[in-house]
Design a protein around this ligand. Structure first.
Ligand SMILES: Nc1nc2c(ncn2[C@@H]2O[C@H](COP(=O)(O)OP(=O)(O)OP(=O)(O)O)[C@@H](O)[C@H]2O)c(=O)[nH]1
Ligand SMILES: [Mg+2]
Length: 574
């Protein structure tokens, strides 16, 4: 490929990669991805920047002097004291200039032939006492295409540079060149040992066949160019850039970085996925508690209805018996006798007696049902409260467990959103639980279910009996206007009417009981549904959270996977 073709290929692929990177940043709209987004942006911008050699090394290793010698200029400040405190990108320019691009980044123009195809970057020392300097270098390093690692030839043992190399190696595997600087300060023997040591350390850090150049800026500046080592470096640079090859190199290393960024995205997404799995488990446990709570409470309602039913049944039976004995044939016959002294005064089967009986039954039934209802209502609500506390306990337990995820700074926004959701749910549940306590208290002292019995059910029962009275069935029997001849006949009629009356009375009570039971169940059921609906609504927040986060993870992972494939395709044809 000739230089122009390489250039066109580079531009075409760079454009495609930049578009993909833009798509990725557009989808990763979440505070946890801010740092990655800015790395993606840097990467995208780096395609339009010149091929870059970064010079990295410990403080006073001679980095700035190295650049000055290479470019034949004094563009970088050199000092015996800590000197370079900003990243300085040096580019070709007919006229010298300095531009402050960012807080820690200067752009400097210098007229130097070697800068026609490349730019060189000076960085602060890796072991600077100013911690910020090291961070600046670390942040900038991935933007460069080749790194010159500078060590003083006499003492290349300094650990900070090797630590930095390790970080670079992990993030960015290609194109590291080692410089054994200040070679003039060593004897031949010392230089040989220095070079050996650098090779050893480099291999220890995973650089398989390290390329090492000994240099001396002092010799270069003093005109001793044959032994200064700079010609070899210039040759290396022109070999690298010959025919535009460096642009393909650049494409490859940019794609390496893109892959590393995709790894970071995937790692974050998969951590989120794991945590979300725990949320899903919690949601399932809660669903199970909810369902069994609903089921048990439903059964509770049936039991309550049974208990109320037997109270009703018992009272109905007693009063039916009383009615029966008051309508006994002997009693009625006595009522019909013309001689008042034989008439019973206690068992008078007349309208006032029946009305009294109804009132008494109404009062007794109302009272005992009201009492039973009050006990059951508070028992019922206590039951629901217990289900509630089970659910609250489950959420609290989960929240406690989740605190172990809380330390992960990289997932802070995600963790916070989840914490907020759970807090919201807990607040909602606790509030509901308090309302429920108030309700239980209210039911205990003022049961509206008891009221239903008093106002609704028994009126119907009384009505049924009173309508019998109105039909005159009982008056016929008790009016005493029957003739002696008619007594037996009347007795026969009464016997016939008596059993019908008792049957109707009993039937109307049974119907009332049924209606009451249905009304009672409906009321409990309504309460139950309201409360459980509220619980369900609380957990909608969690469902929404899980749904939203899942969609984000799914979309982002699928796009990242697709981009990874696209990038690998370009990598394979570079
Ligand atoms: N003898 C000798 N001295 C050198 C050589 N290179 C640099 N020096 C001296 O070493 C000191 C530090 O040089 P710089 O080039 O400023 O080193 P640096 O790595 O850029 O330092 P910082 O920017 O502070 O990290 C200066 O006093 C230089 O004159 C060399 O090749 N030989
Ligand atoms: Mg410097």
């Amino acid at each position: 490929m000739n230089a122009q073709l390489i250039d066109e290929t580079y531009r075409e692929h760079a454009r495609a990669i930049q578009l993909s990177l833009k798509e990725l940043s557009d989808i990763l709209t979440d505070p946890d991805f801010t740092e990655i987004i800015s790395e993606i942006r840097d990467l995208s911008l780096s395609f339009d920047k010149p091929f870059m050699f970064a010079v990295i090394g410990e403080v006073k290793s001679g980095k700035s002097s190295f650049i000055n010698s290479l470019t034949g200029s004094d563009i970088c400040a050199v000092d015996a004291d800590i000197c370079t405190d900003r990243v300085q990108q040096i580019v070709y320019s007919d006229e010298p200039f300095i531009e402050h691009l960012e807080k820690y980044l200067d752009l400097k123009g210098v007229h130097s032939e070697i800068l026609k195809d490349i730019s060189i970057v000076d960085t602060p020392g890796t072991d600077s006492i100013i911690a910020e300097h090291e961070d600046i270098t670390k942040r900038f390093a991935p933007n460069s295409n080749v790194i010159f690692f500078v060590f003083p030839a006499l003492n290349p043992h300094h650990s900070s540079s090797w630590e930095m190399l390790k970080i670079m190696k992990d993030q960015w595997s290609r194109n590291i060149i080692f410089i054994a600087a200040q070679a003039d300060r060593c004897s031949e023997k010392e230089l040989e040992t220095g070079l050996k040591k650098i090779a050893e350390y480099a291999m220890e850090k995973g650089v398989a066949s390290p390329v090492i150049f000994p240099t001396s800026s002092k010799w270069e500046q003093e005109g001793e160019v044959r032994k200064s080592g700079f010609q070899e470096i210039r040759n290396y640079i022109s070999d690298t850039t010959r025919g535009g090859r460096h642009m393909l190199l650049k494409l490859k290393d940019r794609l390496d970085i893109a892959e590393i960024l995709l790894d970071k995205v995937d790692e974050k997404l998969s951590k989120r996925f794991q945590i979300l799995g725990r949320d899903r488990d919690l949601r399932m446990n809660i669903s199970m508690l909810y369902e069994s709570g609903l089921d048990n409470t439903q059964k509770e309602i049936e039991k309550i209805a049974d208990r109320m039913n037997s109270v009703f049944e018992r009272t109905s039976r007693d009063y039916t018996e009383r009615l029966k004995s008051n309508l006994s044939t002997g009693n009625i016959l006595r009522q019909a006798l013309p001689f008042p002294k034989f008439r019973s005064t206690h068992h008078k089967v007349d309208r006032p007696f029946l009305e009294g009986l109804l009132r008494e039954m109404n009062d007794e039934l109302g009272e005992s049902l009201a009492r039973e209802a009050a006990d059951n209502a508070s028992f019922f609500i206590d039951g629901i409260k217990y289900r509630f506390s089970e659910i609250i306990r489950e959420v609290e337990k989960a929240r406690e467990l989740y605190s172990r995820d809380a330390g992960d700074k990289a997932l802070q926004a995600f963790i916070n959103r989840r914490e907020e959701t759970l807090k919201d749910i807990l607040n909602g549940l606790t509030e509901m639980s308090t309302d429920l306590s108030l309700l239980a208290n209210l039911e205990r002292h003022n049961p509206d279910i008891g009221d239903t019995v008093m106002k609704g059910g028994l009126i119907a029962a009384a009505g049924a009996l009173l309508s019998l009275i109105a039909q005159g069935a009982i008056f016929d029997a008790t009016g005493g206007a029957l003739s002696a001849v008619g007594i037996l006949g009347a007795g026969g009629i009464i016997i016939f009417k008596r059993s019908r009356m008792i049957r109707d009375f009993r039937k109307s009570l049974d119907e009332t009981n049924k209606r009451f039971s249905a009304e009672l169940q409906k009321r409990f059921q309504n309460k139950l549904e309201l409360i459980f609906d509220d619980i369900r609504r609380q957990f909608e927040k969690m469902d929404n959270h899980i749904e939203r986060e899942s969609v984000f993870i799914k979309n982002a992972s699928s796009l990242a996977g697709k981009k990874r494939n696209d990038f690998r395709k370009i990598q394979s044809i570079c």
